[in-house]
Design a protein around this ligand. Structure first.
Ligand code: FPP
Length: 249
């Protein structure tokens, strides 16, 4: 018999060590649509429902931060119709969910090169930030037009500017000074990185931050990734022996 979401949640609570921060590379929307002889945009739309399920499941499990890779810098190179469909979905997600996210205590942060967004998409981002500011149960990081290397270049540039202006000396640069200049300066590093669709790549996501994250590859295509799938990933995480380079206790 397969475990239900409530069985798994009970098991997670008994164990107690819930990952504070989960990062997810949501992959497989296109394949999910192709299996159904539908256009790729249909897969992305179904992926939006999985986003909702995973946000709710994270709230229930007591996860503090959820980081979702929604659109990479490389994704701008997809056909214009697909890029427009993804941007329209982002706007729709915000229009439909902002009020409920606020009620649920979710604070939405949006990170990436947002200068490339269309004016309506940029306005939607501003709206969700404003309307959910102050949410204190779950921080939801949406990465849009994001690349991990570009984030590190941005941090390096900020450090160089601070050194040039005399605010920082090179010998004071350490891991903390880099951490403070990343988009994720406010949150702890991810404890668990999930990638769906069976692919085993980081794809330029949170390169600095996942240094000690536990990796979990799910064979589910993203639109099929639901509450049970998230809880299975958390249960798997709870069985791991995290040593951070030291020996086991
Ligand atoms: C990867 O699947 C997924 C994306 C590039 C987009 C992710 C977007 C969503 C889940 C929907 C909207 C999200 C929000 C936050 C509103 P793919 O297209 O690369 O799939 P494939 O590898 O099977 O082709």
């Amino acid at each position: 018999m397969t475990d239900t979401a409530s069985d798994l949640l009970a098991r997670i609570r008994v164990h107690g060590a819930v990952p504070r921060h989960i990062a997810i590379i949501m992959d497989g929307n296109g394949r999910w649509a192709r299996e159904r002889h539908m256009p790729r945009a249909f897969g992305h739309r179904s992926g939006m429902k999985a986003v909702r399920a995973v946000v709710e499941a994270s709230l229930e499990a007591g996860v503090e931060w959820l980081s979702l890779f929604a659109f990479s810098q490389e994704n701008w190179q997809r056909p214009e119709t697909e890029v427009s469909a993804l941007m329209a979905l982002l706007e729709e997600y915000i229009a439909r969910e902002a009020a409920e996210l606020r009620q649920q205590g979710v604070c939405v942060h949006v990170h990436g090169d947002l200068s490339r967004l269309s004016p309506p998409a940029a306005a939607a981002v501003e709206r969700v930030r404003r309307e959910t500011a102050g949410g204190d149960r779950l921080g939801l990081n949406l990465f849009i037009s994001y690349g991990g290397r570009a984030e590190l270049v941005r941090a390096a540039r900020m450090l160089a500017e601070d050194v040039q202006a005399g605010r920082l000396s090179p010998e004071d640069i350490d891991e903390q000074s880099i951490h403070r200049r990343l988009y994720t300066a406010e949150c702890p590093d991810p404890d668990l990185l999930i990638r769906t669709s069976g692919e085993q790549r980081l794809s330029n996501f949170l390169l600095w931050q996942v240094a000690y994250a536990e990796l979990y590859i799910s064979s589910a295509l993203w639109p099929d990734f639901d509450r049970v799938a998230l809880y299975e990933a958390i249960c798997d995480f709870q069985r791991r022996d995290r040593r951070f380079g030291k020996v086991s206790t």
